[in-house]
Design a protein around this ligand. Structure first.
Ligand code: ADP
Length: 365
């Protein structure tokens, strides 16, 4: 059982506030991903958990024990780093077992047995007698994972562990980490700046910005119901369209079009991020958010909606599995993700429709 609680956690470096009051509970056996842009405080949060940084304020609890001031070696967590952090002069086996004996928790037989088990789990038996320079990046990262697993820690703390691998290997290792987690069920906190990695790995995903948590939810809920503009734009590729509108009587009004908003809102409807704007009888400025795949070409989906407007094609980008249409209407520019092989050219006029249930409304900055 490993539950981790962060309460009002804060870390300042001179005049930089790296972590600005984080409250979070990580459940036993959970795979939790922390995602956000570079410099938002992800690594510092992880290093605070590992005890590699001292908190300026706030508390860290593990299994009901306050470990805020506990030495790293007494926290029983294992870290996996982006650069693997292997000893170059040691074999794979020595890298995995280094320091285990001195903990006093493992006999020689225990260590031998556990290395064999872990090597089998990670398919690294052939690497045990090699030194890191004779291994590929992916192989080194497997050894680093082996070193974390062999100790049977209460939690894994992973800091961008796949960032140095090429794209193909990264996808393969993602699947491997998911399989490993299903097998070991060890509480894992995984930091990445890559939203695709976060969405594919995380059971729950924490989106951070500027040292603060912007939203914590399952990947699908983050995607479907972003609570604020930051999450809406950070999660999803291509990014959500954001269009300046004024809202009046449940209608988003732009110079060139008017989009009626669903009047009932609520759980399955429009994101309740700006209820004041939505319900206002007065005109109120707002940002209308809609994902590129929630706009449709009316000619491809004649039955979809009554609400249509006309836009002009600026550029088209074939993505293989879809066509990304950059278009504009008045001074609003946005993207539509259409069926692949749709034949369109710059300057073409298109009739656009949309699913009103998939509109989002955000307060302007
Ligand atoms: P992320 O992992 O999201 O990229 P970090 O946690 O590494 O972000 O950094 C958060 C902020 O804290 C950044 O502004 C970074 O420059 C600053 N920071 C991190 N570590 C230190 C340090 N040891 N000394 C001074 N500033 C630091």
């Amino acid at each position: 059982m490993t539950t981790i609680k962060l309460r009002n956690l804060r870390k300042e470096f001179d005049d930089v506030v790296a972590v600005n009051g984080i409250d979070l509970t990580i459940e036993d056996g959970e795979f939790l991903v922390i995602v956000g842009p570079s410099g938002c405080g992800k690594s510092t949060t992880l290093r605070l958990l590992a005890g590699l940084e001292q908190a300026t304020d706030g508390r860290i609890g593990m299994n009901g024990r306050d470990v805020t001031d506990t030495e790293p070696k007494n926290r029983n967590v294992a870290m996996v780093f982006q650069n693997y952090a292997l000893y170059p002069h040691m074999t794979g086996r020595r890298n995995i077992t280094f320091g285990m004996k001195s903990t006093g928790s493992f006999t020689d037989e225990d260590i031998d047995r556990r290395v064999e088990e872990v090597a089998e789990t990670l398919d690294i038996t052939d690497l045990l007698d090699r030194k890191p320079q004779a291994m590929s990046g992916g192989e080194r990262q497997r050894i680093a994972l082996g070193r974390a697993i062999v100790r049977d820690p209460d939690a894994f703390l992973m800091d961008e562990p796949l960032s140095n691998l090429d794209a193909k290997l990264r996808i393969q290792m993602r699947a491997e980490l998911t399989r490993l987690h299903a097998e070991l069920q060890t509480t894992t906190i995984y930091v990445t700046h890559d939203q695709t990695e976060a969405m594919t790995l995380g059971e729950r995903v924490v989106v951070m910005n500027d040292g603060q948590i912007m939203q914590v939810d399952s990947p699908q809920v983050l995607y479907d119901f972003p609570e604020n503009r930051f999450v809406a734009e950070f999660i999803g590729d291509p990014a959500m369209n954001m269009i300046d509108v004024t809202v009046e009587h449940w209608t988003a009004v732009h110079d060139a079009f008017e989009l009626p908003l669903p009047s009932d809102g609520g759980e399955d409807g429009i994101t309740e991020t700006s209820p004041a704007a939505r319900q206002s009888k007065e005109q109120q400025a707002a940002i209308l958010g809609i994902r590129p795949e929630d706009f449709y070409l009316a000619r491809e989906y004649p039955d979809l909606g009554d609400e249509t407007f006309t836009a002009t094609v600026d550029v088209t980008e074939p993505l293989g599995d879809s066509l990304l249409i950059h278009c504009s209407v008045g001074d609003a520019a946005f993207k539509i993700q259409a069926e692949p092989r749709t034949s369109l050219q710059t300057g073409d006029e298109i009739t656009v429709t949309y699913d009103p249930e998939r509109l989002h409304l955000f307060d302007p900055e």
